[in-house]
Design a binder for this molecule. Structure first.
Ligand SMILES: [Fe+2]
Length: 382
């Protein structure tokens, strides 16, 4: 038996945000809260979305204090604004941080309680407040997934929530909002999407439905990410990356992730480091770890084909896939080692490994590691 979660309505392509007006009219909302960060507020991107909201005769206010790796404090502040305005919909304008903030607020609006009450899998009972997501990056896939992440600022850890009740109602991937993404952000978010595809392909929870998405996304990201990083105005590359990160999101939302994300969540929560960069650095080391288990060979053989490396067998496939991903990361300018990020301290590896083992993503990893194995993987990547 298989349950497939997907978004109700999705719009793609240049100028797709204008379709928001008609959708809001059809659904009969009265008041919405646009949730974004300071940069997208100052650069009037949120206001451009607001114009489409006004055209639908819907009132809006803007909350613009979202930060990368959003904390519970940000969620509660945004929740207070949404409650005070009595909004009937949330509109995220941004990448994973804005969308995940909306998902947390949406669940709390409908179910009450605290963010941590929903940590883990399927913890809420009621469908959240409706969300529209105008995605401005090409990586997290949050506009299409049942996952959201909030940082606990006291424990310095990321809470991972997996909950179909948080899924957005209207997902918009409009390349007009992606063209100005700087190369570093394009690379980090693009490698996040590659990690989603590879983890979704490697998890034992994958199915033919999730496989078709995961392997297509691997091929598309390897073909188009270097182009999008080299030339942000390459419309075809931006468009294909928007499709690929969405499709990778569908794959992992239904198949799950694995040890790369579990370890990256610990790092991100502990040191406030960018999610995509942590994933990209850890990915080859975790693939080497999983690749020592012969159960992974058939998956690596298919990943090798998706990467255009040909028909390789067993350890050869693992070695070649790892080498290819290292080369891709280097080509798009991702640091090779955690030590290059400046904040990571090997003294913390035990604490980081404990957090990673408790992360909801770890359960989907092909091999169940011991704490020492996770520490060794951090050390190798350092
Ligand atoms: Fe991710």
């Amino acid at each position: 038996m298989e349950r497939l979660n997907s978004v109700k309505t999705s719009f793609f392509g240049k100028g797709a945000t204008q379709l928001l007006t008609e959708e809001l009219q059809k659904r009969g909302y009265h008041r919405v809260l646009i949730v974004t960060d300071n940069f997208l507020f100052e650069s009037k991107v949120a206001e451009r979305v607001g114009d489409y909201v006004l055209k639908a005769n819907v009132e809006y206010a803007i909350y613009y204090e979202v930060k990368p790796n959003p904390t519970t404090d940000i969620v509660y502040e945004c929740l207070e604004a949404a409650r005070a305005l009595n909004v009937d919909m949330l509109i995220a304008v941004g990448g994973g941080s804005a969308i995940d903030t909306c998902k947390a607020v949406s669940i709390l609006m409908a179910n009450g309680g605290k963010v941590e009450d929903y940590e883990g899998v399927n913890k809420s009972s009621k469908r959240g407040l409706p969300i529209a997501a105008i995605n401005t990056t090409a990586g997290t896939g949050s506009e299409v997934t049942a996952f959201y992440i909030v940082t606990d600022p006291v424990r310095h850890s990321k809470m991972c929530m997996v909950d179909p009740n948080c899924m957005v109602d209207i997902a918009i991937n409009d390349t007009d909002f992606m063209m100005s993404m700087p190369p570093k952000l394009t690379a980090a978010t693009g490698m996040d999407a590659m990690t989603h595809s590879i983890e979704a392909a490697l998890t034992p929870q994958s199915t033919p439905l999730t496989d078709k998405d995961a392997y297509w996304a691997i091929t598309t990201i390897k073909d188009y990410l270097p182009r999008a990083v080299a030339n942000g105005n390459d419309l075809e590359a931006r468009e294909m990356m928007a499709y690929a990160e969405y499709v990778a999101g569908m794959a992992f939302s239904n198949a799950g992730l694995g040890m790369v994300h579990a370890m990256a969540h610990s790092l991100g929560g502990f040191y406030n480091l960018p999610h995509g960069v942590c994933n990209a650095i850890l990915l080859p080391y975790v693939m080497e770890f999983n690749g020592r288990d012969s159960r992974s060979y058939s998956r690596f053989e298919k990943i090798a084909v998706a990467l255009g490396l040909g028909q390789l067998k067993a350890e050869d496939a693992v070695r070649s896939v790892v080498a290819y991903i290292r080369g891709l990361s280097e080509q798009v300018g991702i640091p090779k080692k955690l030590s290059e990020l400046g904040k990571v301290d090997p003294k913390d590896f035990d604490a980081l490994a404990k957090l990673a083992l408790a992360d909801a993503c770890m359960a989907a990893n092909m091999v169940s590691p011991t704490q020492q194995m996770v520490v060794d993987t951090y050390r190798a990547a350092f």
